[in-house]
Ligand binder design. Structure first.
Ligand code: FES
Ligand SMILES: [Fe+2]
Length: 366
């Protein structure tokens, strides 16, 4: 049974990826060709030539059209067939399917369900990703793993102890897991897992930045809403000093299925301080890719095992740490069921309300 929600907006690309002639990307297991016209309009077409179904993208961009690389048929950004070499007549059934698409918050969003239901107001509000008072360190990681496995991973950050030993993990084994996550469901549409860790061993990134070890208070809030909208807030403060938690950035993980067993992982760490510091932004991108590559290693092995077994059900053994991930899966399952039972049902995003801001940002972890 499909794990894809269709009547909702998915992230298809970062906006600057459409600076090229066109971009092709498999989304929800369909090949899509994305382009920006000279007038600035964004278009998303089924990447199949209406003539013989070869990918339109093997052809070339000609003005605001795409010319197929096999027999030269020309398709416009609206999907209409505009020219067929050697004949004046354009058959009635020649149009290529298009998808509703729009640009918002520096991202290209696509609607792969019923086009009549594509309501722009249903894009989740991520204003900090293109607000002039903010800057976002953005990047992309491809994972050969079901997008649901990636959300499972993001909803249980106790894995930092083991997967991210050199950066985010703690040297004390099981130290994060010893603090149980408090899991809450918001309006039946979002799940939050909050872990307050007072007096925990500082992770390596903290020790390196402060040139000191010792205990800190650590706070993590992992949030998820279907289909693949994840946010992590991580707060830190010196143990025993009280005061506000500081966070180094607002971290979005936007997951779009490529296929049932692979994921486009768009990330963005936004901050509202030192916004002109391009070197800092690049350093965040680099360290984040390094961190998520560690997750990818595990998730791809997990996917491989599930594929070999022919079963996409996880976990095979449920433990207490799975609490938030299980709730996240339930929300997604409920949304999928609604869409199956009512093809006109649309997914309404839950407003994303961050708990931490960067007002008192702790420089140590920037
Ligand atoms: S397959 Fe594209 S023109 Fe023939
Ligand atoms: Fe991780």
């Amino acid at each position: 049974m499909t794990s894809f929600l269709r009547n909702c907006w998915h992230v298809a690309a970062f906006a600057n990826e459409l600076d090229a002639d066109f971009l092709t990307r498999r989304l929800l297991d369909e090949p899509v060709l994305l382009l920006r016209t000279s007038g600035g309009t964004i278009a998303a077409l089924d990447d199949h030539c209406p003539h013989r179904l070869v990918p339109l993208s093997i052809g070339k961009r000609v003005g605001d059209t795409v010319q197929c690389g096999y027999h030269g048929t020309v398709v416009g950004a609206d999907g209409r067939c505009l020219r067929i070499p050697g004949q004046a007549h354009i058959p009635n059934n020649s149009a290529t399917r298009t998808f509703p698409v729009l640009e918002r918050f520096g991202l290209i969003w696509i609607w792969m369900g019923d086009p009549a239901l594509a309501d722009p107001s249903l894009v989740p509000n991520l204003f900090w990703l293109d607000d002039p008072h903010w800057v976002a360190a953005k990047g992309y990681v491809h994972m050969d793993a079901d997008y649901r496995l990636v959300t499972d991973n993001l909803l249980d950050l106790s894995h930092e102890t083991y997967i991210h030993q050199t950066s985010l993990g703690n040297r004390e084994e099981e130290s994060i897991a010893e603090f149980p996550a408090v899991v809450t469901i918001e309006d039946g549409r979002a799940v939050h897992a909050r872990r307050d860790m007072a007096g925990i061993e500082a992770p390596p990134a903290w020790v390196a930045a402060r040139a000191t070890s010792g205990k800190i208070d650590r706070l993590q809030i992992a949030s998820y809403q279907p289909p693949g909208i994840n946010m992590t807030e991580a707060g830190h403060r010196q143990h025993g000093h009280g005061g506000d938690y500081a966070t180094f950035g607002r971290v979005m993980h936007l997951l779009t299925p490529e296929t049932a067993t692979s994921t486009h992982y768009f990330f963005a760490l936004a901050r509202n301080y030192q916004i002109d510091d391009a070197a800092l932004t690049q350093a965040i991108v680099d360290s984040t890719i390094a961190t998520f590559t560690e997750d990818r290693f595990v998730l791809e092995l997990q996917q491989k095992a599930l594929t070999e077994r022919g079963d996409d059900r996880v976990p095979s053994m449920a433990i207490a740490l799975d609490g938030a991930a299980i709730q996240g899966r339930r929300l997604l399952e409920a949304a999928l069921r609604r869409e199956r039972e009512d093809p006109k049902a649309v997914l309404r995003p839950q407003p994303i309300v961050p708990k931490l801001d960067m007002r008192d940002a702790e420089p140590a972890l920037r």
